[in-house]
Design a protein around this ligand. Structure first.
Ligand SMILES: [Zn+2]
Length: 112
């Protein structure tokens, strides 16, 4: 899960879920709702097991990046820097997918 900084005091990973529909910064008590979040369409807001607000990358995006990385790898020369870069891209996308699954975002179901 990627952290979110408080828009008031800039503390990282400080917004904690409250009993209401708010998240409160445990440093400065600034409150926000999910409507206040400015996240990319490829990102999904989430709350970890400790109630801390953060975001993950949409698994559909990570799976597409993993597929693209395999295509890159297949197009590179054997033992080239491009091959290494493609492997790094695959690993990074796989870790982002793992991060989304760990916080409970469902694995995308293929539409038939
Ligand atoms: Zn704060």
């Amino acid at each position: 899960m990627f952290g979110i900084a408080c828009s008031e005091c800039a503390s990282m990973n400080s917004y904690q879920v409250t009993t209401g529909a708010f998240f409160e910064c445990h440093q400065c008590h600034h409150e926000i709702t999910v409507e206040d979040l400015d996240i990319d369409p490829s990102e999904i807001w989430t709350v970890d097991a400790n109630g801390i607000l953060g975001f993950v990358i949409d698994p559909i995006v990570s799976l597409r990046e993993m597929s693209d990385a395999i295509d890159e790898y297949m197009g590179e020369d054997h033992d080239s820097m491009g091959e290494l870069e493609a492997l790094r891209n695959f690993r990074d996308a796989a870790l982002r997918l793992q991060g989304a699954l760990e916080v409970g975002v469902p694995y995308p179901v293929a539409k038939m």
